[in-house]
Unconditional design. Sequence first.
Length: 264
Amino acid sequence: MAGSNSACQIFLQRLTRMPPTLLIVLHVATVVFLSGSLLQCSGFATDPTQAFRRRSVPGRRRNPHDDIIGSLHESIASSDQVTSSIDLVPNEGRVTNITDWIRLSDESLRRLSTDGKGGLFDRIKEASLLGQEGREPTVVWTAQEVHDSTRFAVLSHGNQTDPIYSYVNAAGFQVFRWPEHVYYQLPSRYSAPGGTHRASRAQVVDSTVVEDVKFLSEAVRVRYPNTTVTLRDAILWNVYNDAGYRVGQTVLFDVNQVSYIDDE
């Protein structure tokens, strides 16, 4: 017994001579050791991730929201994988005032076109009335109706050196299916398949800058994620702001004239 007391006294004397920082380290290590032992004895998992794992309960019904969330995660992962080879440009696209942009697109086309068919609204109105002789011929399309249209696709890109998409209406999303979070970072050259189709598109875009208006009798474009579509009778034109500066280009086509190729 005397030997034990002597040993304890020697140990305490050595502790008092230790540097304060070493004493703190020893104290923390002791607390961690004792905490782990208590958790193990009480039946709690020592792996912290175990506390967040859902236990399998016999007879438990699967929550349909689990499937929805899973599908969303798969969709996001899929879009990230498909666009991993594309040079996205964050915060470059999306017009700030949709109504004003559609107005500028309409007024620019009306002023620039020489075929007598007018602007954006006039062309949509004329096409929508074909084969509907009994319908009121003075129907007026608004910017909101153009934006929500699922028949007439309207898409625009800016005037950057490598133009980025700045506007897509409902029909445009319907035809091409690019995720919205990708579209407004997407250089529009990726709308055409690589090779001759992309080179041909580049020539059309460049020539439109000079000529102001271009009619496309046929054009092959990408449909996300890995199919293609053929557009017919599309029109591409320069858009100018109220000060007369070119601020981008807009394309218009009828979804009823689109052919879907290699689609599932």
